[in-house]
Design a protein around this ligand. Structure first.
Ligand code: MG
Length: 161
């Protein structure tokens, strides 16, 4: 088995929605990012790459590469799934925590789980999405940005799902 962890942070900026776990959520602010700024998927990709000892998301999908401008981060996740499968692993489970005061995450958590499970070729029961505020402390608490943390466990494909 292999374990990996990932973290991602993006600043809020002008806009009318955020994308989290592949779900577009109406919000009075947007995310400043080269891609769609999906911190959930970026943290999850880094956790998967970490578990595989394959570097980080910046190495695989560099922001300097025009191919990834405005990219749908779900494509990053599907590419990480391919790397995982090529190395003989499948997802045992993933646990993601989103840190923000707003938007409210709970109403969208099931849709995020469904997206992530589809991209990782597993059942939603293996994917956890949860959220916390930071009690108005720090950049998340002041509403300046949003963070996500992810932990994954990969298991040998031969162990079955
Ligand atoms: Mg990011």
């Amino acid at each position: 088995m292999r374990i990996g962890q990932g973290i991602d942070i993006h600043a809020f900026g002008p806009g009318d929605h955020v994308v989290l776990g592949g779900v577009r959520i109406a919000h009075e602010r947007g995310i400043v990012a080269h891609s769609d700024g999906d911190v959930v998927i970026h943290a999850l990709c880094d956790a998967l790459l970490g578990a595989l000892a394959q570097g980080d998301i910046g190495r695989h999908f560099p922001p300097t590469d025009e191919r990834w401008r405005g990219a749908d981060s779900r494509e990053f996740l599907r590419r990480c799934r391919t790397l995982m499968h090529e190395r003989g692993h499948v997802l045992g489970n993933a646990d993601v925590t989103i840190v923000c005061e707003r938007p409210k995450i709970a109403p969208h958590a099931e849709a995020m789980r469904a997206n992530l499970a589809a991209d990782l070729a597993c059942e939603p029961a293996r994917v956890s999405i949860k959220a916390t505020t930071s009690e108005r402390l720090g950049f998340c608490g002041r509403g300046e940005g949003i963070a996500a943390l992810a932990v994954v466990l990969l298991v040998p494909a031969t162990a079955g799902q």
